[in-house]
Design a protein around this ligand. Structure first.
Ligand code: E4P
Length: 217
């Protein structure tokens, strides 16, 4: 499973990237707002730092304007994936941009039918939002499983990018189902290392070690 980090914070990306945990980055207008940075500047910095796809989202709502914004974002670096919303205009923009050889991430996907449309429009990534479905008491993970089944049924190559991940359990479940990629905030990626039995075991080992009176260095 590829790990994308869902943030526009350079320091957090760099820390995870140094550990080899970053296969790509996703941003959105809310994350750009949170960073307090200029979209073009911060996206360029992220692209310089990370080898994999960096999603940058258009904000126009009509296809022609989305395509123009997408081309502008794509001009930042070769590893840009233009992010478009899953609307009819977004699908038109996806078709044109992907036809030009551009990576496209179709975002805000909440149904298997939407995912089918994105694949047929040539999307590189489809981003089903798990957490936001869970927020309204629907099963986000069921959507990931349904898209996996449908894409496998017909051999679609669009990668399933499990998005809106809020917990370590979301990561494990999406991996079990076979999502190609997951994107999560840095804190969730770091929390994947945590287990109470690890902490307890380490505490016991260190206590016993102290009793030996030995030193390694
Ligand atoms: C990623 O591409 C999405 O923008 C992101 O995962 C949304 O997450 P949220 O629902 O927690 O805002």
């Amino acid at each position: 499973m590829k790990f994308f980090v869902d943030t526009a914070e350079i320091d957090a990306i760099a820390e995870l990237n140094d550990l080899g945990m970053v296969d790509g980055v996703t941003t959105n207008p809310s994350l750009i707002l949170k960073s307090g940075r200029d979209i073009l500047e911060v996206t360029r910095e992220i692209c310089d730092l990370v080898d994999g796809p960096v999603s940058a989202e258009v904000v126009a709502t009509e296809a022609e304007a989305m395509i123009a914004e997408g081309r502008r974002l794509a001009g930042i670096a070769d590893n840009i994936a233009v992010k478009v919303p899953l609307t009819w205009d977004g699908l038109k923009a996806c078709k044109v941009l992907s036809g030009e050889g551009q990576m496209v991430n179709v975002t805000l996907c909440f149904s298997v039918n939407q995912a089918l449309l994105a694949a047929k429009a040539g999307a590189t990534f489809i981003s089903p939002f798990i957490g936001r479905l869970d927020d309204i008491n629907l099963d986000g993970m069921e959507l990931i499983a349904d898209i996996r089944t449908v894409y496998d049924n017909y051999g679609f190559e669009t990668e399933i990018l499990a998005a809106s991940i809020r917990s370590v359990n979301h990561v494990a479940e999406a991996a079990r189902i076979g999502a190609d990629v997951m994107t999560a905030p840095p804190a969730v990626i770091k929390a994947l290392a945590n287990h109470p039995l690890t902490d307890k075991g380490l505490e016991a080992f260190l206590a016993d070690w102290a009793k030996t009176g030995q030193k390694i260095l």
